[in-house]
Design a protein around this ligand. Structure first.
Ligand code: DGL
Length: 277
């Protein structure tokens, strides 16, 4: 059992994603838990995960987690929705530290929010093909109707910073029009990149559809869990945040600072193969 005086409190939280997108989760965790140190790993050498097989993503997720555990983290957050959808259960069974994903917080929030029981979910092809969101929503409330839809083009648009204007509006309209017909009142943004596109998504769907930002919901759950486990860091000193990637840092910096909304400082390139040897 973890005790309140355990040095675990001082250890960082580990957060990984396929690349830059998980910084939307880091941003919310920093806001919710300003005293916590963070080690972030973006697997930029192997991004995207959303187009790869569940088997490949499961293997990557194990390596990403092992890397973070070597950095002495007290908790691992799987910020990537694709990895959370296909690998969270196996990771949780394999490692001893608490491992949290981004799917369940979004599911719980959507169920709390919906009035008419019609919930839409958007994500990568891998996330939608896994049916994890559907299964979790229906397991918690068999009465709801779930409308899933892969929106793969949203990822490059978010990374390019094309968040507004005619072209992204057309793309969003093409993807999201079916939701207007199905009458959803709640939409889960089931991908790291989608919070950046909230405005255009809301423009297409109108005020009657609530958008569930999984990054915000996850940060809330992480905070609660750290306090329940008595491993939250209450010290008032400024925490250290480390950013690590598996490919060259510069492209990560350019997009990452926009996603995080602040400067990234030093970005370390690490070689997963060497770290594991
Ligand atoms: N981070 C991924 C996710 O949330 C999106 C980018 C990718 O396909 O790797 O599913």
């Amino acid at each position: 059992m973890i005790s309140g005086t355990d040095p675990l409190n001082k250890r960082p939280i580990g957060i990984f994603d396929s690349g830059v997108g998980g910084l939307t989760v880091v941003k919310q965790v920093m806001d919710a838990l300003p005293c916590e140190a963070i080690v972030y790993f973006g697997d930029t050498a192997r991004v995207p995960y959303g187009t790869k097989s569940a088997r490949a993503v499961q293997a990557f997720a194990v390596q990403d987690t092992e890397f973070l555990l070597r950095q002495n983290v007290k908790m691992v957050i799987v910020a990537c929705h694709t990895a959370s959808s296909v690998a969270l259960t196996s990771l949780a069974g394999r490692f001893d530290v608490p491992i949290l994903g981004v799917v369940e917080p979004g599911v719980d929030s959507a169920l709390k929010n919906t009035k008419n029981g019609k919930i839409g979910v958007i994500g990568t092809r891998g996330t939608i093909a896994s049916r994890t969101y559907e299964e979790q929503l229906l397991a918690k409330d068999p009465g709801v109707q779930v409308f899933p839809k892969a929106c793969p083009l949203f990822v490059p648009f978010a990374e390019e910073g094309w968040l507004e204007g005619e072209i992204i509006f057309k793309v969003a309209e093409t993807y999201l029009k079916p939701f207007r017909e199905s009458g959803i009142d709640t939409l889960i943004l089931g991908c790291t990149h989608y919070p950046l596109l909230k405005r255009v998504i809301a423009q297409v769907l109108g005020e009657g559809v609530a958008l569930i930002d999984s990054a915000t919901e996850t940060a809330r759950v992480v905070r609660k869990r750290l306090y329940e486990l008595k491993i939250a860091n209450d010290s008032q000193s400024v925490p250290e945040h480390r950013f690590t990637v598996s490919d060259i840092p510069e492209p990560f910096r350019d997009v990452g600072e926009r996603f995080l909304g602040k400067k990234l400082g030093r970005i370390e390139q690490i070689d997963l193969e060497k770290v594991q040897a």
